[in-house]
Design a protein around this ligand. Structure first.
Ligand code: SAM
Length: 232
């Protein structure tokens, strides 16, 4: 598979989740008309699902190829926080054996997507129904995943080997939204991977913090870190 099956509604959500997939012409439109009209009108009609399905696959494969240098996904229970349309999880599932994914996401699209730091954690760009459909439609088996709504559901209490949150936790909203939950679902072997602009800060929270990438030159001026062992 070198692309994902997706339709226009799903392509729109992916565009909102992954800013770098915005074409130069759409960027111009966003500048000209502002984020509100861009989010609620242009993203609904001015995207090509076909080209998106290739571009999003390529981007998620790049994320996978990078992560696989640092972690082994075989036989792992993975908690995915703010996973967007889960292209990465689909690729992990297709390239490794015996995974189970718990996905926590939001179930609405903000009226005006700003992409900055969101201290109230009100911004969201997903639909849990469409996410469920996308996962099944791209080969993920129902028995390999579960999805929880951040705003409504009680999250499962079980131990995870990996917690992955790309460009979501501590990138758009504070790590501490999940801190108490992490105390319940991690042990000393759990690795937590996320993007942040304050990696040194996490040396006070975890015994081990490893910076695995810096993206100073790209649109994401953050660092990707792998943390493990919460300090009591
Ligand atoms: C910038 S997107 C990144 C999506 C995906 N991780 C990727 O790399 O393509 C951030 C995602 O976090 C979700 N989100 C926002 N607040 C959240 C929360 N408190 N818990 C889980 N997901 C959240 C948004 O709905 C959105 O899908």
């Amino acid at each position: 598979m070198k692309y994902f099956n997706l339709d226009r509604k799903i392509a729109r959500l992916i565009l909102l989740q992954r800013n770098e997939l915005t074409s130069p012409s759409l960027k111009k439109i966003r500048k000209l008309f502002g984020r509100y009209i861009f989010t609620n009108f242009f993203t609904k009609f001015m995207i090509s699902p076909k080209s998106f399905s290739f571009k999003y696959y390529e981007l998620m494969l790049k994320e996978y190829d990078f992560l696989i240098k640092h972690i082994n996904f075989d036989n792992k229970k993975i908690l995915s926080i703010g996973a967007g349309m889960c292209g990465l999880e689909i690729i992990i599932n297709s390239k490794s054996i015996n995974n189970y994914f718990t996905i926590i996401e939001k179930d609405y699209v903000s009226k005006k997507v700003a992409y900055g730091w969101d201290s109230k954690n009100k911004e969201a760009y997903n639909s849990i129904d469409l996410l469920n459909f996308f996962l099944i439609n791209n080969g993920m088996k129902k028995e390999n995943f579960e999805i929880y709504n951040f705003d409504k559901d009680k999250f499962p209490i079980t131990k995870y080997e990996y917690i992955i949150s790309l460009y979501s936790l501590d990138y758009h909203y504070d790590f501490f939204n999940y801190f108490e939950y992490f105390k319940k679902v991690t042990d000393e072997n759990t690795k937590i991977i996320f993007d942040t602009i304050r990696p040194d800060y996490f040396k006070k929270i975890f015994k081990n913090v490893e910076v695995i990438s810096s993206e100073i030159k790209s649109i994401h001026s953050s660092k990707r870190i792998i943390c493990n062992k919460l300090i009591d």
